[in-house]
Write a protein that binds this ligand. Structure first.
Ligand SMILES: [Zn+2]
Length: 149
């Protein structure tokens, strides 16, 4: 049984983990998006939350709700309720990883990058939320030019 986690503390911890939306990196984070839904026993523990742009109907948060199966592919949603969010990797954009990488989240606001191979995951989820990769911090992503050696 999951212990309840204080809502305000969980929201604030996730807010401090990332100013940007952790799903697309292209917009400010605006909401705590549950990985295991509150209606299915998901808590406000930081490991159960993704800092997402939009709300339950807009932005990446809305995209997760509208495409829960795809959201499951990235670990943004956890489909099997009995899995522990601490042990399920999630694909997140960070300031240092604008193209995203897999992480395990902890309940203190931390995250550790993991190798997708070790979890049987692809390098990049098949479905990414709109805005991902195409823009970084609101600017078009530049392609690094090839330079002859
Ligand atoms: Zn977003």
């Amino acid at each position: 049984m999951r212990r309840p986690f204080p809502r305000g503390l969980g929201q604030e911890t996730v807010r401090l983990r990332s100013a940007l939306c952790e799903a697309c990196g292209a917009a400010p984070g605006q909401s705590f998006s549950h990985r295991i839904a509150a209606s299915r026993g998901g808590t406000y523990a930081p490991s159960n939350g993704v800092r997402a742009c939009g709300s339950g109907t807009t932005g990446c948060h809305g995209w997760f709700e509208a495409h829960s199966t795809w959201a499951g592919d990235g670990g943004w949603h956890i489909r099997r309720d009995r899995r522990d969010p601490l042990e399920v990797p999630v694909f997140l954009v960070t300031v240092l990883q604008p193209l995203g990488a897999w992480h395990l989240l902890d309940d203190l606001g931390g995250r550790d990058e993991v190798y997708p191979d070790e979890f049987g995951l692809p390098e990049v989820p098949v479905h990414l939320p709109p805005g991902h990769v195409r823009t970084v911090l609101g600017r078009p992503l530049e392609t690094v030019p090839w330079v002859e050696p």
